[in-house]
Write a protein that binds this ligand. Structure first.
Ligand code: FMN
Length: 163
């Protein structure tokens, strides 16, 4: 699968098979995260990977009771340093790389933006001065949802001047 196909085939997956990621697959996802670009190449971000069943269960209430957070194989938590400009953006780029690499490997993912930051930080021990940018569930899919609709290009793209 090439990048275009991964972009087309990626879906938000919220039902996962009850099995861990293979070491090889996890290594590829982490490599994609590592290779993603960052402003000034600062790499001022951290990827916290939660595979522990107990900790995943504790993350559910911190993620607005989204039950699939504990059913997935791993929760990826992208942590940034608010003193470093662009580090939040770097985190999102990092997990977008992960989601597309996952799609190529037949691995499902779902962005998790609905979370209570203080609760997530408390569960996984993130220091007060660091921020949670975004989270993502990862695992082998147990559903194959249809593509969700997108606006037509002319609704989201304008040329030369804002319209
Ligand atoms: C920043 C961001 C935050 C999101 N947060 C959640 C979330 O907390 N829970 C959830 O089930 N889906 C979440 N989603 C997934 C979106 O609902 C999904 O991407 C959108 O409906 C389009 O569907 P698709 O990903 O299958 O194309 C989030 C997506 C993004 C980009």
């Amino acid at each position: 699968m090439d990048v275009s196909a991964a972009i087309e085939n990626r879906r938000s997956i919220r039902k996962y098979q009850a099995k861990p990621l293979s070491e090889e697959d996890m290594a590829k996802l982490l490599a994609a995260a590592r290779l993603s670009p960052s402003a000034r190449n600062d790499q001022a971000r951290k990827l916290l990977v939660v595979t522990d069943e107990q900790i995943k269960a504790e993350l559910v209430p911190a993620c607005k009771n989204q039950g699939f957070v504990k059913e997935c194989a791993a929760v990826f938590i992208a942590v940034h340093n608010p003193e470093k400009r662009w580090s939040a953006e770097d985190c999102v780029i990092m997990l977008d790389h992960v989601s597309l690499q996952a799609a190529e490997l037949g691995i499902g993912s779902c962005w998790i933006g609905a979370f209570e930051e203080d609760k997530v930080k408390a569960v996984v021990g993130i220091p007060a001065e660091m921020r949670v940018a975004i989270c993502m569930t990862i695992g082998y899919p147990d559903e194959a949802p249809a593509a969700r609709p997108r606006k037509d290009l002319q609704e989201i793209v304008c040329w030369q001047k804002y319209q």
